[in-house]
Design a protein around this ligand. Structure first.
Ligand code: CA2
Length: 146
C-alpha cells in the first residue's frame, strides 16, 4: 500500500487565484491541488486535500488524519499561523511530521505576520517560494519516511 500524505489549507486559501494574484499567484486552489496530484504520482504516494475557513474543522481533520495513519502533512495555516495556540497543540499532539508552507514571504510583510505559533512544532517552514513551496514540502516528507 502506498503511504498517504495530506495537504491542509487554512482560512481564505479557497480564494487563491481569485484575488491578490501579485501576492499569492494566479493559480487557484484547484490548480494547486491538480499540480500536487502529479507530484504525488511521481513520488508514488497517495495525497488528500482539505481546506477550511473554520478552525475547529481543521483541528478535527488533523485528529482524523493522525488516527487514520497519515504519514505526514503539508500545512498552510493561513492567518491562524499568527493566532492559534489550538492549531499548534493539534499539530504537536498528532504525532505526524508537518511542514509549514507560506506562499508569500511573511517576513517581508507586516510585523504581525512575522510570528508563527505553529512553526515550532513543524519539521520546517518554507515561505516566499510561491505555490512551489507545497511541492518542496511534500518531497521532503516523502524522503523523510523512505
Ligand atoms: O503566504 C501565505 O501563504 C499566508 O499563509 C497566506 C495567508 C496570510 O494570512 C498569511 O500571513 C500568509 C492569507 C491567505 C489568504 O489568501 C487569499 C488568497 C487570495 C485572495 C484572498 C486571500
Amino acid at each position: 500500500m502506498k503511504p498517504s500524505f495530506a495537504v491542509l489549507n487554512g482560512p481564505n486559501l479557497d480564494r487563491l487565484g481569485k484575488r491578490e494574484p501579485g501576492v499569492y499567484g494566479s493559480a487557484t486552489l484547484a490548480d494547486l491541488q491538480a499540480a500536487l496530484c502529479k507530484t504525488a504520482t511521481s513520488l508514488n504516494v497517495e495525497l488528500s486535500f482539505f481546506q477550511s475557513n473554520h478552525e475547529g474543522a481543521l483541528l478535527d481533520k488533523i485528529g482524523e488524519l493522525a488516527d487514520g495513519g497519515c504519514a505526514g502533512a503539508v500545512i498552510n495555516p493561513g492567518a491562524w499561523t499568527h493566532t492559534s495556540v489550538a492549531l499548534r497543540d493539534a499539530i504537536a499532539g498528532s504525532g505526524m511530521p508537518f511542514v509549514e508552507v507560506h506562499i508569500s514571504n511573511v517576513h517581508k510583510r507586516e510585523p504581525f505576520r512575522h510570528h508563527s505559533y505553529t512553526a515550532g512544532v513543524c519539521e520546517g517552514v518554507i515561505c516566499g517560494l510561491g505555490q512551489q513551496g507545497y511541492h518542496f514540502a511534500l518531497e521532503y516528507l516523502v524522503k523523510k519516511i523512505s
